[in-house]
Ligand binder design. Sequence first.
Ligand code: FES
Ligand code: FES
Length: 171
Amino acid sequence: MTDTTSTVEQQLEITLRVNGVARTATAPARRLLSDFLRHDLRLTGTHVGCEHGVCGACTVLVDGQPMRSCLMFAVTAQDHEITTVEGLAPDAEQMSPVQQAFTECHGLQCGFCTPGFLTTITAYLQENPDPTEAEARECISGNLCRCTGYQNIVKSVLRAAEITHEREAGA
Ligand code: FES
Ligand code: FES
């Protein structure tokens, strides 16, 4: 016999802190964080490529740590601090060090993968503010760029570290 009582999906009220602001929306329990950000909160800077945790395009920061938002349910991010690419810049007038480095070093090509690189590198430089070139390559090894623009992205990691130090020194 078919059970018809379970066909209606339960809707949950989900509240996250996104880029410093509490945001609430109603979504099914199985809504992925990537879809919740893009469709329910209209933060479309986070891109979705593979939806399998492989490409890194959907990477956001959860309490400062890089996470594949396509592998997380939105409900599991309840009450956590999420940073998307829209929240990386310190203010409307200034890019973040990683964003500035991408513009200086031509790290951005078609831009589809770029939000995931920006969030990944931002978190990495917090842990390792002085990467070697080999470490810069390691840092981005989990992100795929279909334009194969890795050379300039590696340069961007190294330049972002420099910019961060310059800003700290008040240059
Ligand atoms: S869309 Fe999440 S890793 Fe590719
Ligand atoms: S810049 Fe196009 S996929 Fe990376």
